[in-house]
Design a protein around this ligand. Sequence first.
Ligand SMILES: Cc1cc2nc3c(=O)[nH]c(=O)nc-3n(C[C@H](O)[C@H](O)[C@H](O)COP(=O)(O)OP(=O)(O)OC[C@H]3O[C@@H](n4cnc5c(N)ncnc54)[C@H](O)[C@@H]3O)c2cc1C
Ligand SMILES: *[C@@H]1O[C@H](CO)[C@@H](O)[C@H](O)[C@H]1NC(C)=O
Ligand SMILES: *[C@@H]1O[C@H](CO)[C@@H](O)[C@H](O)[C@H]1NC(C)=O
Ligand SMILES: *[C@@H]1O[C@H](CO)[C@@H](O)[C@H](O)[C@H]1NC(C)=O
Ligand SMILES: *[C@@H]1O[C@H](CO)[C@@H](O)[C@H](O)[C@H]1NC(C)=O
Ligand SMILES: *[C@@H]1O[C@H](CO)[C@@H](O)[C@H](O)[C@H]1NC(C)=O
Ligand SMILES: *[C@@H]1O[C@H](CO)[C@@H](O)[C@H](O)[C@H]1NC(C)=O
Length: 539
Amino acid sequence: MAKAANLLAFLLVLVFNLSCFSSFAWAARDDSVYESFLQCLESNTNPQDQISDLVYSQNNISYASVLRAYIRNARLNTSTTPKPLIIITPKQISHVQAAVICTKKVGYQLKIRSGGHDFEGISYISDVPFFVLDMFNLRSIEVDVKNETAWVQSGATLGEVYYRIWEKSKVHGFPAGVCPTVGVGGHISGGGYGNMLRKYGLAVDNVFDAQIVDANGRLLDRKAMGEDLFWAIRGGGGGSFGVIISYKIRLVSVPETVTVFRVERTLEENATDFVFKWQLVAPKTDNELFMRMLLQPSTSKTNKSQKTIRASIVALYLGKAGTLVSLLGKEFPEMGLKKENCNETSWIQSVIWWANYDIGTSPEVLLDRKLDSASFLKRKSDYVQTPISKDKLNWIWQRMIELGKTGLVFNPYGGRMSEIPATDAPFPHRAGNLFKIQYSVSWKEAGSTAENEYLTQTRKLYSYMTPFVSKNPRRAFFPYRDLDIGVMKAGKNSYEEGNVYGKKYFNGNFDRLAKVKTAVDPENFFRNEQSIPTLPCKA
Ligand SMILES: Cc1cc2nc3c(=O)[nH]c(=O)nc-3n(C[C@H](O)[C@H](O)[C@H](O)COP(=O)(O)OP(=O)(O)OC[C@H]3O[C@@H](n4cnc5c(N)ncnc54)[C@H](O)[C@@H]3O)c2cc1C
Ligand SMILES: *[C@@H]1O[C@H](CO)[C@@H](O)[C@H](O)[C@H]1NC(C)=O
Ligand SMILES: *[C@@H]1O[C@H](CO)[C@@H](O)[C@H](O)[C@H]1NC(C)=O
Ligand SMILES: *[C@@H]1O[C@H](CO)[C@@H](O)[C@H](O)[C@H]1NC(C)=O
Ligand SMILES: *[C@@H]1O[C@H](CO)[C@@H](O)[C@H](O)[C@H]1NC(C)=O
Ligand SMILES: *[C@@H]1O[C@H](CO)[C@@H](O)[C@H](O)[C@H]1NC(C)=O
Ligand SMILES: *[C@@H]1O[C@H](CO)[C@@H](O)[C@H](O)[C@H]1NC(C)=O
């Protein structure tokens, strides 16, 4: 009996030790990493900076709210989503330099987050142990209207950029994304676009200078980094080359009065003819006109049990309604656009309208960062180079109706986009592309059942579209991050793996990006699930 009790006690101790050993060991290791990281930061910064106040460990009560503030896809806001061991929130450039040096020293991966809008969340999740460098405190915007330029820090949002320009000038703007909460850091480094791209190209086509902290913790401007690295960070993606601190952007001219409109057609209202004609007009019309086409499964207005497709054109015209109505009367009479369908307004109000607020809303809404709010999202992308026939469009509508929820957004190219050479910046999808498709599904229901359903239907629609889109490579838009098209496996630096997604995003520019990467970050410190690898070593 005594023997059995002893044995039991022995076994209990053994089990206790075994089960607790690993977690104690991990916690101890995490603590010591935190301690040595902090020590390193302190010795690399000014004592007055109190750098420890800018570092959040997992057991800090504010950790969860800091992490969640810039989560923009609810799919990546679960208890099982990988979390950073430490979040660093630099207030000065020297803090970024110290963070790079010290993260390297303790041997962790460093993820960089500006606005957090990465569709796959790779700015704040990882498949290896990691830290997050959160840039939200570095958000100054200095507008120089006289020189038509501005220095914008990466933690600023696009809404803040538009607002600060508008404060100083009613006839200047910047050609970047339409969602005001998107961050400058990810958006410009990735080659973001907005509704002035047919007139002025992408954000990266309007950048003069930049500041970056490289893998050795050095702060470099354009002159110091050289033209190759400056080229790479105009669309080759943040997170492969260094930490972008700021960009010097070109302010572009906008007229005092611009015009916006929205027109819709369902299948019963000849949506197919409408979309077919759009393909011929939208990429060829005046550079002043950007007409986005949204396609969404819907129910018929007259018969609620009848499924249909709703095709909506949402447009910005850099000019007055009268001129626009006569232009489209000639080029797109089927639309039947009248002056009453249009709203003449200021450029800043058009930004507000495109962000789904009513015209007349105070521009201060553009400063709202909407912290800790997101729906569940999946996005994919494609490029169309020849118009899709009416028969094929009808076939696509039937597939969309069967699938149920996933929509398509067609963004017309042409204009300035066709004039800029494909090698001018890493972004390669210029002349020859009629429009970009975004596959878009957003939902509110938590859990894997809904997620599996919506991911599956979006992937099916993508597969149905194969015959109608670009081939060899099937191109993709880098800012619409999509891990379905290839990933770099945990901790690897493989040219072959990088080449899979790299050619789709960057086409002929991928090898030049890999060359720049090899020169500036040969140890591959800045890496992520779809980063640019270094070139393979020559035998
Ligand atoms: C609701 C919504 C609307 C959108 N609308 C548009 C649109 O109109 N036009 C468009 O082009 N795109 C649009 N996008 C896509 C958007 O441009 C990209 O997701 C962009 O990368 C977001 O930048 P961010 O700083 O907010 O994202 P983050 O998630 O912070 O970063 C994205 C990537 O860039 C890296 N990165 C971020 N900051 C830095 C930095 N300072 N230095 C180095 N690397 C950095 C990150 O590590 C990550 O790899 C939209 C996305 C969402 C969610
Ligand atoms: C949490 O972290 C912040 C930032 O480093 C720090 O100011 C605060 O004192 C920490 N709180 C606790 C309870 O550790
Ligand atoms: C994350 O989930 C929490 C509940 O667990 C919720 O309160 C919060 O709003 C969510 N945030 C985002 C960005 O999804
Ligand atoms: C204006 O900006 C350009 C482009 O960066 C620069 O070359 C020039 O020096 C600037 N001029 C002034 C007065 O700041
Ligand atoms: C649809 O097209 C038909 C045939 O061209 C035409 O008669 C009809 O008026 C159109 N309907 C709408 C709503 O435009
Ligand atoms: C409404 O649509 C359904 C499904 O297509 C059809 O069966 C039904 O006959 C329609 N009703 C009317 C009144 O047209
Ligand atoms: C124009 O804007 C005003 C104010 O938001 C709105 O009431 C009106 O419906 C708009 N007109 C059109 C055609 O969109």
